[in-house]
Design a protein around this ligand. Structure first.
Ligand code: IPM
Ligand code: MG
Length: 360
């Protein structure tokens, strides 16, 4: 059965890393007989330039019709002065919301070869394997009312609403507990329950849900402490579950522990495991068009897609093994470079992964 994949290359380094991921997908397609079919859509700044809006109807329709979406990165200084609802980011947030992709899985895994590239001492991060489960379609990112208004004193004020319903908390909690079952058996729920009512409810619901998972150990942590613990003793964590904004922040921190945010893939899934797969990093406008970007998180996102949405475990394993192989060869893009390794370009990194796949 053919697998319809929508490619969204987006802005900045997006098109460059997408090309490399596509090369890798073409190899595993042929090798494992996957029958991958590709279509493309404009989202973000590229869509604004072409159509005036960050998420054209046609792109949303294609996203809904596809089996999975591979998303590179969007945004850049060119579009920074647009009003909030016309910024490139709205394209990404719109797809997440319209497709109800509420479960964002962000694994932070340290490749042993990259221990030197981590901002922490090697012994603090050796063997690091954290899964951040971030709620993606609710919380302060989407709460109403929101806006910028003039208050009674005549001053402008910006406001957003941080809201979670009990079912929203429960469904993301389930994803975290199920994931923990298949890994280390521990969930740390991150909140700000000492101040915010919304997360007092979050904590209460997580505690209640834990009764259904007696084999999983639940702990709670305040978000400020969690940020500190992540850079102090990151290996204490197995699965972390948290809301949209805290998850955004903590996942960037966890990413850096692994050497570079250029190594981190993510999956955003709906209740049927249909999903969008994207690297955790952004569009890196400072290095766009220079053939310097690290395409590995994009390839790892493609591999997550094969694993989660299509159940093509062997093909996913092959991509990950090939990436391990090029790292073993000492090949590094600039973001993961350390002394004694070989610096390569984005295209060279792609070619090396393709070669490793073909020789496997
Ligand atoms: C992420 C990004 C997005 C987010 C931006 C681009 C809207 O930072 O996926 O982590 O905040 O969710
Ligand atoms: Mg982010």
């Amino acid at each position: 059965m053919s697998k319809n994949i929508l490619l969204v290359s987006g802005d900045g380094i997006g098109p460059e890393i997408m090309l490399e991921a596509r090369k890798v997908l073409d190899v595993v397609d042929a090798k494992f007989g996957l029958d991958l079919q590709f279509d493309e859509a404009l989202v973000g700044g590229a869509a604004i330039d072409a159509t005036g809006v960050p998420l054209p109807e046609e792109s949303l329709a294609k996203a809904k019709a596809s089996d999975a979406i591979l998303f590179a990165a969007i945004g850049g200084p060119k579009w920074d002065n647009l009003s909030a609802n016309l910024r490139p980011e709205q394209g990404l947030l719109g797809i997440r919301k319209h497709l109800d992709l509420f479960a964002n899985l962000r694994p932070a895994i340290l490749y042993p070869q990259l221990a030197e590239a981590s901002s922490l001492k090697a012994d603090r991060v050796a063997g690091l394997d954290i899964l951040i489960v971030r709620e993606l379609t609710g919380g302060i990112y989407f709460g109403q009312p929101r806006g910028i208004r003039v208050n009674d004193s005549g001053d402008r004020e910006g406001f957003n609403t941080y809201v979670y319903s009990e079912p929203e908390i429960r469904r993301i909690g389930r994803v975290a507990f199920e994931a923990a079952r298949a890994r280390g058996g521990r969930v740390c729920s991150v909140d700000k329950a000492n101040v915010l009512e919304v997360t007092m409810l979050w904590r209460e619901v997580m505690t209640d849900l834990a009764k259904e998972y007696p084999d999983v150990q639940l702990s709670h942590m305040l978000v400020d402490n969690a940020a500190m613990q992540l850079v102090m003793r990151p290996k204490q964590f197995d699965v972390m579950v948290t809301g949209n904004m805290f998850g955004d922040i903590l996942s960037d921190t966890a990413a850096m522990l692994t050497g570079s945010i250029g190594m981190l893939p993510s999956a955003s899934l709906d209740k049927n495991n249909k999903g969008m797969y994207e690297p955790c990093h952004g569009s890196a406008p400072d290095i766009a068009g220079q053939n310097k970007a690290n395409p590995l998180a994009m390839m790892l996102s493609a591999s997550m897609m094969l694993r989660y949405t299509f159940g093509e475990v062997a093909a996913a394993d092959a991509i990950e093994a090939a990436i391990g192989n090029v790292l073993d060869q000492g090949l590094r893009t600039g973001d993961i470079y350390s002394e004694g390794t070989t610096m390569v370009s984005c295209v060279e990194m792609g070619d090396a992964v393709v070669a490793a796949l073909q020789n496997a």
